[in-house]
Design a protein around this ligand. Sequence first.
Ligand SMILES: NC(=O)c1ccc[n+]([C@@H]2O[C@H](COP(=O)([O-])OP(=O)(O)OC[C@H]3O[C@@H](n4cnc5c(N)ncnc54)[C@H](OP(=O)(O)O)[C@@H]3O)[C@@H](O)[C@H]2O)c1
Length: 431
Amino acid sequence: MTTPLRIGIAGLGTVGLGVIRMLRDNADLVTSRAGRQIDVVAVSARDAQKNRGVDLSGVSWVTDARDMTERADISAIVEVIGGEGGISLDLAHKSLASGKHLITANKAMLAHHGTSLARLAEHHNVSVLCEAAVAGGIPIIKAFREGLAGNHIRALYGILNGTCNYILTEMRLSDRSFKDVLAEAQTKGYAESDPSFDIDGIDTGHKLCLLSSMAFGVMPQFSHMPITGISHLTPSDIQYAGELGYRIKLLGMAKCHDGKVWQKVMPCLVPSSSTLGNVEGVYNAVFYETDFAGQGMMSGRGAGADPTASAIVSDIIDLAQGKTRPLFGVSVDRLASASMIKPQEISSRFYMHLRVKDQAGVIAEISSILKDHHISIESMIQRGRNPDQAVSVVMITHETNESDMASAYAKMARLSFMASPPTQLMIKDIS
Ligand SMILES: NC(=O)c1ccc[n+]([C@@H]2O[C@H](COP(=O)([O-])OP(=O)(O)OC[C@H]3O[C@@H](n4cnc5c(N)ncnc54)[C@H](OP(=O)(O)O)[C@@H]3O)[C@@H](O)[C@H]2O)c1
């Protein structure tokens, strides 16, 4: 019998405990698929006294997770502590430098330090595996790096954050404000007590950065990614979108054309009848366009103990079988440093929601700004008259470029009759 794969798990929270449970509950299946036994020989977390509801007898407790890297009986470390830097990054460096494979769910760390970690792994002839870092239970990284490996992936559109998708779904179904639904999501455990990474779109950006690097074979580029979250959206935006035949989804979007890349995180209108538009609640999905396989979409649970454990255990099985690949699909020196597609080269239809004081000349001034930026209007909704309150003007533009739209938006936001900042969202007519 082949020797067991001996691993250490750093972090015994939601994901770490999920991994231990899955390795135990499905031990026979995992051993048979891996072709060898998987032994958890060491664990680490902050609080050694905490009752974690799993039997850890026979597993050594390591007070400082980094000490696992010095143990000769461990060949792979599962990092499920979290955080872009700090102990997680230190542990990752030490693991790879000491010749131990690293399995991680830490998208923040990989979005910021993935290139240097991949380089270090190559240098020491070990691997970084991260299926759990993007869309939890959906094996999208495997799909991009293996199943679609012979294709040029042209574009991807992902609903990559379950917290945001839950909030947007509930706002639509119950006609409640963002704040109300966020509070409910926190009570139900779907949102963190500090939800900013999720609702501001940063978490989606981290995942998009990793996915686009793997899809297009380019260096991960997070620092200049334009990111807009969902906290400015109102129930009326969601209703107007619905009247127009759309649902609002926070999308991580990326395209690759002529060796240049476009990446953006932004709430978008997608058709209510589309498959992506019907990915609701905490579910995630990734829609992709390729040259040979055509279009496709994978959806499923993006987070939580069990789906995330499923992704980590699949990485553990790959490792046990000796099936490893470079972190971004190709070695770092073969990743292109792609330049970015300019906003002038990206065109889309846009949704605009302007809340204006009800006075003469408003539409004329707005029209004049749009005309100056070559933006024409496909349809418009203007509701009611009320001199004491702001009224809503909702417009859908014809195809226009991002750059013109951004400067028109900046001018409109400064108009004296604008009661609050306008909402401007891209329309993505994905089937
Ligand atoms: N939760 C999900 O659904 C999900 C999905 C995909 C990816 N992820 C990623 O998975 C990672 C872990 O997430 P999680 O939800 O499992 O986090 P979590 O529940 O907060 O657990 C974090 C664990 O790390 C331990 N820890 C914190 N500081 C430590 C230190 N200095 N040394 C050793 N252990 C330390 C904590 O110890 P104590 O328990 O003693 O406090 C805890 O056990 C993150 O990178 C996250 O982004 C999570």
